[in-house]
Design a protein around this ligand. Sequence first.
Ligand code: GTP
Ligand code: MG
Length: 350
Amino acid sequence: MIKEQRSTPEADTDIINLELQDIEGIGPTTAKKLKDAGILSVMDLAVASSDELAVDINASRESAATFIMAAQKLLRDSRIIEKEFLTADIALEKRRSMLRCSTGSQTLDELLLGGVETQAVTEFYGEFGSGKSQICHTLCVTARQPIQSGGMDTGVIYIDTEGTFRPERVEQIARARGLDHAHILKSIAVCKVYNSSHLELIIKDLGKYVNDFNAKLVIIDGIISLHRAEFAGRGTLADRQQRLNSMLHKIIRLAEIFNIAVVITNQVQSAPDTFFGDPTKAAGGNILAHSSTYRIYLRKSGENRLAKVMDSPYHPYSDTRFTINEKGADDIEEETSSKRNKKGSKATDD
Ligand code: GTP
Ligand code: MG
């Protein structure tokens, strides 16, 4: 089925040739049960959560976990995913082989140590108009560019929960950057989601879509907007957080297993207990804080935007300024030219 839907020829054919029944311990009956539960491929099973799968296929949690581990083993044996234990030198090699995608602004890329990266979830959060969706639109354009030009030479999956994706804007950004807009537009798969259950379903099948569209970048603009709107009121908070938790864990597993970059955007909520500094914090509480590898806070700063690294395992806690113009996210002209001059004068001083 995946084979027929594939739109790109260059992806790994091993993944698509694997069937659920190739997994040790899974016969036709279990394969059917899994398919009925929406688990259509080995990758879907490999990233499933054992608690949810147990309920979906009416089995014990232990059997569900055994199936998931068997699927992961098959992917490892087929060299599609990494071994469970790696020596640190190989782990470093793997980190070095990860891809990075430019945000469109060199200063913002520098803040991210080279752009948004695969095997990670990068969260941009900030108030309305702070530039979250504009960065997402720009990434759609840069992702299609060759690796040597800061792209990943790949397709993009854009999940739009707020109805703010504009293909015209992508076209404008591509034109302003002198790029082939027709080719870029063809490589973006957009999905407009209408409610939280729809979003959860899309995320559940994301492994399949990533494969179908040969995407290395998945953008989810407004990761919790729908859950936030639907689960209003304190009584339903625990339920909302539990559903968000399960969805976000799936996203992290996908990013790591399939070596894809995931970019999510989030809103802010006011934190009235803050006496000093900016009284806003990311919405979604601890669950979201723990699921994002990198958290970048965006703020309007006059005509421009300020981006600040708030949480990261290895980025320094620094900030930078960038702007939004017809090229999407872009450098502030006077800042880059003064930087260039500084570098130039430093070179002559030496
Ligand atoms: P919410 O989704 O409302 O939370 O905000 P957001 O952070 O996603 O804001 P978004 O990225 O949509 O930024 C909107 C801002 O980007 C606008 O206020 C404009 O300043 C700027 N912007 C949007 N489109 C264009 C454009 O075509 N050209 C230029 N120059 N600026 C634009
Ligand atoms: Mg937006």
